[in-house]
Structures are given as structure tokens and as C-alpha cells.
Design a protein around this ligand. Structure first.
Ligand SMILES: Cc1ncc(COP(=O)(O)O)c(C=O)c1O
Length: 411
């Protein structure tokens, strides 16, 4: 850099922090809808017609009329007390173990919660065991704290506990241990799989045995279609060595930027102490607390389960009809995603590119894997697309698959 200039846009890299350099200049735009008139199976975004404007307007009015002063003041870094209280009560029912106010912290979406966990626990060089495939947003966050991500494979039933044990043992044999295990046990992003009870129990045991923590990301847990998932890892640990991060993004709206963490009081307090954002929105927090107390949230969630279950049904019927000869998948029990495995010789990147040209956007690629390797999978979100566009979207995807299959390089 020239001596007389201490910064300019071209030399910004020389003044930004190590973390900013790890992140690079590209701005993360998770799940931004494509501005073109396309059919999007790409982003993990909620269904638009079911966005809860009425519920939120009612709750916001209640807050202004009954709780204006507290709602418009700082509420501290643990988050607004009425929401922590409402979540503690509601979670006690869902988790089947007592959840107290001291276990709950309000955050600005689960991505923020995951950032706070990283801020609290990670030093450069620390190891995080990540199920693979995985949510790129979280892996990106962990990497910026200098963590080394070690990939643990999944199979058709979720994280492979035998492979997890091998990694934990390997680390122990070399005198190291993982800082935490990061898992999305319910309706996983991107694989759509829900981890069975015996594997949950084993992961909780292994974490204890090898003295590591667990970060349980439950962005989609409440959105099951036929049957609630098995107890959370948090519940199975008795709320001890698991930090569970949850979100209102998928059960209310992503734009609220509201979520919560559950952990032991000691860890929760430590997480609150590393915050520099003066706490999440007191106003929104109190409005959501009111939506919980009024019963509105608990009436809304079953409605969403029904919508997403129906959209998945439509997508699977269209896939069976148009793409069935070239791919396979496991039906997810809930959530937003179907993880499509293309037959050998059909590179996912090629199909993705051709589909994009035909006006249907799908997810996939190395960013879903901690070790950067890609498989022949595509991630199809059935949540955001209008129901009436699902068949046409799958039809275009089928055309793209046929085109790639017919290309000379395809084997
Ligand atoms: C698995 C998972 N975790 C966390 C997030 C972040 O969500 P939010 O910060 O909106 O709660 C997402 C968003 O798509 C996700 O899929």
C-alpha cells in the first residue's frame, strides 16, 4: 500500500481482520429468492401464502397496548424475559425435561445463535466434527473462527455413529479432542433425514465419553408431517452437554430474525457474556411471547405441517412421473428438503447448470460438504415454490437430466 494512503477500496484486504479475510469479499446471501421469473427449489424459505402477518399484527398491537415501555427499551443480552419464560414453558412440554428461564437465551435467528456458540467455544485450530453433508452457512461460520472441520459421513439414517466414534478415538489417541459435534438431527439440511433414537442416545454417550460438547441445530424440528421426531439430544443429555439452537424462521418468518438457544445455565450465561449486540429485539421478542401465550403459534405450526407435507407429496409424485428412471431419494419425515441422488454418470453440477438455463433453480455442490468433495446429489426445497409450479419445475428438471444423460460425456 502506498505510504500516504492508509486504505482505499482496492487495498481493503490489507486492513481487514483475519476473520474478514477468511470470509472473503463475497456477501453471504443465503436463500435469497432469484429475481428472475424462475421456479425455485433452491432456498430453504417458508411458503409465502402462509406467512403469519395477522398473528404478528395482533401480537404487536397487544405489546404496544400492554407492554410498551419494556418492549421499547434494552432488554439485556439474555433476551426479553417474557419470551424466555414462554419458551421455557413451551420447551418443557416439547423436550420432556424441565426447561427453566436460565436455560434459554434469545438470539437473532439460529445462525446468530450458532455464531455465539462459536464465539464462546472456538479458538483457531479447534476441531469441530460435522456431519456430512451439512448446512453451508454454519460451516462457513465455524471456519471463520479458525476451526478445523472434520467431516463425519451420514447414511440413510443420519450421522453414522460408528464413523463418529472412529474420529473421536483417532483424536483421543493423538492427545486431542473435538470442541463440539455439530449435528442437525431433525429433517436435516440438506439430506432431509431424521436421526433415530438409538443413534441419538449413542451420540450423547460418545460425547460424554470423549469429553466433547454437542451443538444441536434444530431449525426444522417442529415441522414434521406424520410423527414427531424422537427426543432431542438436548433432552437425552438432561440439558447437560448439549447446546440446542432453534429458530422462529421456519415456523413464523425468516425476516423476524428471531431464535433461541437452550443450554445449561453456566453455558447460557457465558454465551450471553460474549455478546456485543446489546441483545435481540425486545419488541419482537415480546410480540412472539404474546403469540405463544395466546396459542396462535401452536395453532399455526400444525397448519404449516399440513402445507409442507402436501407440497412434498406433490413433488414426489412429479419426480416419480418425470425423473424416476434417473434418480432416487429417501422421503423426508418433515422439514423443507428432498435430497435427490442422481444416477452415476449424471454430474449434479451439469444438471444444475442445464436446469438453471431452463428456469428451475436447485441446490447442490461442494459447499454442502465439510471436506469440499461433492456427490451426485441435488437439494430440492419443496417449501417455497408455489404448489401449482411444482410439477412444471420438476418437469424442467427432468428435461435437464435427460439432456445431460444424452450428452456424449455421460456414461
Ligand atoms: C440447518 C439450518 N440452521 C440454521 C439456519 C439459519 O436460520 P435462521 O438464522 O434464519 O434461524 C438455517 C437456515 O436455512 C438452516 O437450514
Amino acid at each position: 500500500m502506498a505510504d500516504d494512503v492508509y486504505w482505499d477500496p482496492e487495498h481493503l484486504e490489507e486492513v481487514v481482520s483475519q476473520r474478514a479475510r477468511i470470509l472473503g469479499p463475497a456477501v453471504w446471501a443465503a436463500a435469497t429468492p432469484d429475481p428472475r421469473p424462475v421456479i425455485s427449489f433452491a432456498g430453504g424459505l417458508p411458503d409465502i401464502p402462509s406467512l403469519p402477518g395477522e398473528i404478528l399484527a395482533r401480537a404487536a398491537r397487544w405489546v404496544v397496548e400492554n407492554d410498551e415501555k419494556e418492549a421499547l427499551e434494552y432488554n439485556g443480552t439474555f433476551g426479553p424475559r417474557p419470551l424466555r419464560q414462554a419458551l421455557a414453558e413451551r420447551s418443557t412440554g416439547i423436550e420432556g425435561i424441565p426447561v427453566a428461564l436460565e436455560n434459554v437465551m434469545i438470539v437473532s435467528g439460529s445462525a446468530h445463535g450458532i455464531g455465539i456458540v462459536c464465539e464462546t467455544l472456538l479458538d483457531p485450530g479447534d476441531i469441530v466434527l460435522c456431519e456430512s453433508p451439512n448446512f453451508p452457512g454454519s460451516m462457513r461460520t465455524m471456519r471463520t473462527f479458525g476451526a478445523e472441520l472434520v467431516s463425519v459421513p451420514m447414511d440413510g439414517h443420519g450421522l453414522r455413529v460408528d464413523a463418529l466414534e472412529v474420529e473421536l478415538k483417532k483424536l483421543a489417541d493423538s492427545g486431542r479432542r473435538a470442541k463440539f459435534i455439530y449435528t442437525i438431527p431433525n429433517h436435516q439440511n440438506p439430506a432431509g433425514i431424521t436421526l433415530p433414537l438409538d443413534r441419538r442416545q449413542r451420540i450423547v454417550e460418545l460425547a460424554q465419553e470423549y469429553r466433547t460438547l454437542i451443538l444441536e441445530d434444530d431449525a426444522y424440528g417442529e415441522l414434521w408431517f406424520k410423527q414427531a421426531p424422537p427426543p432431542s439430544l438436548y433432552s437425552l443429555s438432561g440439558g447437560d452437554h448439549v447446546i440446542k439452537v432453534s429458530s422462529f424462521s421456519k415456523i413464523l418468518a425468516t425476516g423476524l430474525r428471531m431464535g433461541w438457544t437452550m443450554a445449561s445455565p453456566a453455558i447460557t450465561s457465558r454465551m450471553a457474556s460474549v455478546r456485543y449486540d446489546m441483545g435481540s429485539s425486545a419488541f419482537l421478542g415480546r410480540a412472539i411471547a404474546q403469540a405463544i401465550r395466546s396459542g396462535d403459534l401452536d395453532r399455526h405450526v400444525p397448519h404449516l405441517r399440513e402445507i409442507y407435507g402436501r407440497k412434498l407429496g406433490r413433488m414426489e409424485a412429479a419426480l416419480r412421473e418425470h425423473c424416476g428412471t434417473h434418480c432416487t431419494w429417501t422421503t423426508p419425515d418433515g422439514g423443507f428438503f428432498l435430497w435427490l441422488l442422481l444416477d452415476p454418470g449424471l454430474p449434479a453440477g451439469d444438471v444444475q447448470r442445464v436446469a438453471n438455463k431452463k428456469g428451475v433453480i436447485v441446490g447442490g455442490g461442494p459447499q454442502f460438504f465439510a471436506d469440499g468433495r461433492a456427490t451426485n446429489h441435488l437439494r430440492l426445497a419443496f417449501s417455497y415454490v408455489a404448489t401449482e409450479d411444482i410439477e412444471e419445475g420438476v418437469n424442467r428438471l427432468a428435461e435437464a437430466i435427460e439432456e445431460v444423460a444424452a450428452a456424449p460425456a455421460a456414461k
